[in-house]
Write a protein that binds this ligand. Structure first.
Ligand code: TYD
Length: 136
C-alpha cells in the first residue's frame, strides 16, 4: 500500500492565452487512471473542513479549480500537508490514505477526478478502522 511519501503533485498542461488560460486532464495520460466520476466542492463556509475519511480502492486527483485549500494526508504513520492554489496542479491521492481538507479560501472550488463511481462501501470513516486497514 502507498504511503504519504508516494504522493505527488501532478503538473497539468497550461495553454496560456490572452483570452484566458486553459488546463486539461486526460485519463491514462495526465491522470494515471480511468476517470469515472468528477465532483466538486464549493460554497464551503470559512473554517469548515471536509474529508476525514480514507478510501479502500479509489484513486483521486484533487485540483484547486479556484482559490485555495489545504489537504493533509495520513498513512497511519506519517502525515503530509499540501497547499493547493493553482488550477493547473493536481494532487494524486492513492487509495488507503486518510485525508482532511481545510482552510478553504472564500469562493474556492475543489474539483476531484475519481477512478470509481460513488460507492459508500469504499469509504473508511472511522480512524480506528483505517489503522486496522493499514495493518497497524
Ligand atoms: P463525502 O465524500 O463524505 O464528502 P467530503 O469527503 O467531501 O467531505 O460526501 C458527502 C456526501 O455526499 C455523502 O454522504 C454522499 C454524497 N456524495 C455522493 O452522493 N456522490 C459523490 O460522488 C460524493 C463524493 C458524495
Amino acid at each position: 500500500m502507498k504511503t504519504v511519501d508516494d504522493v505527488e503533485i501532478i503538473q497539468l498542461p497550461r495553454i496560456l492565452d490572452e483570452r484566458g488560460n486553459l488546463s486539461v486532464a486526460e485519463q491514462f495520460n495526465h491522470v494515471p487512471f480511468e476517470i469515472k466520476r468528477v465532483y466538486w466542492l464549493y460554497d464551503v463556509p470559512g473554517g469548515e473542513s471536509r474529508g476525514s475519511h480514507a478510501h479502500k480502492t479509489l484513486s483521486q486527483l484533487i485540483i484547486a479549480a479556484s482559490g485555495s485549500f489545504r489537504v493533509t494526508l495520513d498513512d497511519g504513520q506519517n502525515r503530509r500537508s499540501f497547499f493547493l492554489n493553482r488550477p493547473y496542479q493536481g494532487l494524486l491521492v492513492h487509495p488507503g490514505l486518510w485525508r482532511d481538507l481545510e482552510d478553504f479560501s472564500s469562493g474556492s472550488v475543489c474539483m476531484v477526478l475519481a477512478s470509481e463511481v460513488y460507492k459508500e462501501e469504499d469509504y473508511i470513516r472511522e480512524y480506528d478502522e483505517f489503522l486496522k486497514f493499514r495493518g497497524l
